[in-house]
Write a protein that binds this ligand. Structure first.
Ligand code: ATP
Length: 353
């Protein structure tokens, strides 16, 4: 069982080091026969190979069982012709990782900003308003004159249908509720289709309750009563923004685990970015990346029908909950531990779980 590990930029190397320690611990504890294959992407790869990602790396990922991608300096990567490819989009598009699954829940031991909740944002990952991935070649953002820009948003029946199905499948394993988030009052055709398809897919899941909210109102609803939500399904950009809000409401952006999944491949990746403002100081919260690694093991466990992988995935979640309860956390959530110390605390806890 091989996982490719790409530490990335900014806080990537330090949070990935803590994550690797956790992966090595579950490997021993649950006898996973895990092989971690370390490679590079982002600035380091740009320097060494002239490109932030390479086709050789993609091939390697295709031949592995999973990918752990650290945060990347996407904002720095502007010109694909100079090798400045957004690694996130590269893997999401090349491997058709259409479902971005972003859980957010409150932890006992942390102050509740808006009351206890446990929800999952299921975000479409391959189209929408994302100019670097929603057309076959080139970018869908155009400078028409020096003063006029047009950005296109693509919504397709196929992508709506498969993301809706992911959401309903997940809801079946949880509290059996799906909330559709959209802007169909303005984007009447595109988001009208998104709602219709979500509801049609919902017909295949008669036990699941469905409601829907306009995205702007949703911001108020999720702050006011986040416990009303179970699984939230939405298009790419709305999901990106909403999931940052839900993770911050749960305590910190540094707690937001995230999995990018398709039918054949999956990639664990923190929901946050490279956080250059705190990079290299051993203060970043590694839990987001560690929880993402746990989600990747869970996905692999389902694919391979491996109870050891499923147990390892659950154990990472439980160990993370336990260290938060004990106050062994970084300063973004009120603690005083460093990045590596949190990784070690989770690893230690895993020995006894
Ligand atoms: P990028 O350009 O890569 O998206 P960014 O700083 O614009 O980076 P984020 O990395 O998502 O965006 O960071 C937003 C804020 O959240 C920053 O203040 C950052 O320090 C904080 N933050 C993000 N991730 C973490 C983390 N793991 N631990 C603690 N704080 C974090």
């Amino acid at each position: 069982m091989k996982i490719i590990v790409l530490p990335g930029d900014g806080i990537g190397p330090e949070t990935m080091a803590a994550t690797v320690e956790v992966l090595q611990t579950v490997n021993k504890r649950f006898d996973l026969a895990l092989e971690l294959d370390h490679d590079i992407a982002g600035h380091e790869s740009l320097k060494k190979h002239g490109s932030t990602v390479t086709d050789i790396l993609l091939e390697k990922v295709r031949n592995a069982d999973g990918l752990m991608l650290g945060p990347m300096s996407t904002y720095d990567f502007k010109d694909e012709s100079k090798g400045e490819i957004n690694p996130s989009k590269f893997f999401r598009k090349s491997l058709d990782l259409y479902a971005n699954i972003r859980p957010a829940k409150t932890y006992s031991g942390l102050p509740n900003k808006v009351g206890a909740f446990d929800l999952i944002v299921v975000r479409e990952n391959t189209e929408g308003f994302y100019a670097d991935r929603n057309i076959e070649s080139g970018a869908s953002e155009m400078l028409i004159t020096p003063d006029v820009v047009i950005s296109l948003r693509r919504i397709t029946r196929l992508c709506c249908e498969r993301i809706a199905r992911t959401a309903f499948e997940l809801a079946q394993t949880r509290r059996k509720k799906v909330t559709i988030v959209h802007k169909a009052n303005v984007l009447k055709i595109a988001d009208g289709m998104f709602i219709d398809i979500c509801k049609a897919v919902g017909n295949d899941y008669p036990g699941i309750q469905i409601d829907d909210f306009i995205v702007d109102a949703m911001m108020a609803h999720v702050v006011r009563a986040p416990d009303k939500f179970d699984v939230i399904v939405t298009t790419n950009m709305f999901g990106d923004i909403l999931s940052d809000l839900t993770s911050e409401l749960s305590g910190s952006l540094g707690l937001a685990g995230s999995l990018n999944a398709g039918t054949q491949y999956a990639m664990g990746q923190a929901a946050h970015g490279s956080a250059p403002d705190i990079a290299g100081r051993d203060i970043a919260n590694p839990m987001s990346l560690i929880l993402s690694a746990g989600m990747l093991l869970g996905w692999c466990g389902q694919q391979k029908k491996s109870s050891a992988l499923l147990q390892a995935s659950k154990a990472i979640e439980r160990a993370s909950e336990r260290i938060v309860k004990d106050g062994q956390v970084t300063r973004d959530v009120g603690g005083n531990l460093g990045t590596q110390a949190v990784g070690k605390a989770i690893a230690k806890c895993l020995q006894t779980i």
